[in-house]
Structure formats: C-alpha cells, structure tokens
Ligand binder design. Structure first.
Ligand code: SF4
Ligand code: SF4
Length: 160
C-alpha cells in the first residue's frame, strides 16, 4: 500500500513464539523514482536523507497555535487536504491502486460547518456532530484552519 500504509500497534501479554520483525527497508519501487519529491510543494523530501522534513509539511505548519502562520496561508497550492497534505501520496505509483478506495462519509449542515470554522470547542459540538466527525479532539483542532483554507481555495477556483 506504499505510503498509504498506516502502522497500528497492538499490545498484548500473550507470548510471541513467532518473531517476524525485521529492519526497515526502502521499497524497491523507490529506487528509481522521485515523483513524491518532485510533487512536494514545500521541498520537504530531501535527496540526501531518507526521512522527510516533517517540520516543513503543511500537516505540521497547520497545527501551529493559535493559527496557521500567515506565510503558509499565502500559499494556496500547499493546502489540499483536511488533515495534512496528500501531494506525495497522490503521485506515488505504489499507492495508485488504492486511491479510488474512497468510502462515502457523512454530510455536515451549514450550521455544523459554521461551528467547525468558528473553532467551536469540542465539548460544545453536539454528540451527533462529534460522532459524524469520527476523530479525536486533538485532530479536531486542526480542522478549522484546514477547512477554511480549502473553502477559500475553492472560492477562488469558482471565481475563475
Ligand atoms: S513516489 Fe512512491 S515509489 Fe516513488 S519514490 Fe516516492 S514513495 Fe517511492
Ligand atoms: S505531505 Fe506534502 S509537504 Fe509533506 S512531504 Fe508530502 S508532499 Fe511534501
């Protein structure tokens, strides 16, 4: 599943007789590919090291309290997802077979959207809205600036 793969940890005191843990390694597909680096709007994927500079990703910058830094807000092309940034994931050929696996989510009314955009505290949202969001309070705090940036971006597209 390429970079769409999400690690999840399970803990147990059950004895593990079979140990298939091994060192991390790069996908073979990455050996002659630089599509993610070329599509990264912030230059977060360096040539000289394997780890990305996560501190440059919009996913990090958009979480800076109290608001997204103004110089990030001035880069509409950087904003492309409600949480984080998906540019490097969309172009990855290994991810391609999974990109259409989109599950329809719930709809939000104008009132609910206004409440989110106005940073209504988590505990003041109705239980129905919280349930529909299906995210933790920590993740919810990232939604208003990202949603606002995407709406502003969409407005500009529609004005063209
Ligand atoms: S786009 Fe995918 S396959 Fe290509 S280098 Fe990046 S992670 Fe590897
Ligand atoms: S998430 Fe976005 S900013 Fe971060 S490395 Fe990927 S393309 Fe670059």
């Amino acid at each position: 599943m390429g970079s769409l793969y999400s690690l999840v940890a399970f803990y147990s005191d059950c004895p593990c007789e079979q140990d298939n843990w091994h060192d991390s390694k790069m996908m073979i597909d990455c050996e002659n590919c630089s599509l993610c680096r070329e599509s990264c709007p912030t230059g977060s994927i360096p040539v000289d090291r394997f780890l990305i500079h996560a501190e440059k990703c919009p996913g990090f910058l958009n979480e800076i309290e109290p608001d997204v830094p103004y110089w990030v807000q001035l880069q509409p092309d950087w904003h492309n997802a409600l949480i984080g940034c998906m540019r490097c994931q969309f172009v990855c050929p290994v991810n391609k077979p999974y990109l259409d696996n989109i599950m329809a989510g719930p709809s939000f009314s104008e009132d609910e959207t206004d409440m989110i955009l106005n940073k209504t505290p988590w505990e003041k949202l109705s239980s129905k809205t919280r349930q529909k969001l299906g995210i933790s309070e920590g993740v919810y705090r990232r939604l208003p600036p990202n949603l606002s940036a995407l709406i502003e971006k969409q407005k500009k597209v529609m004005q063209r």
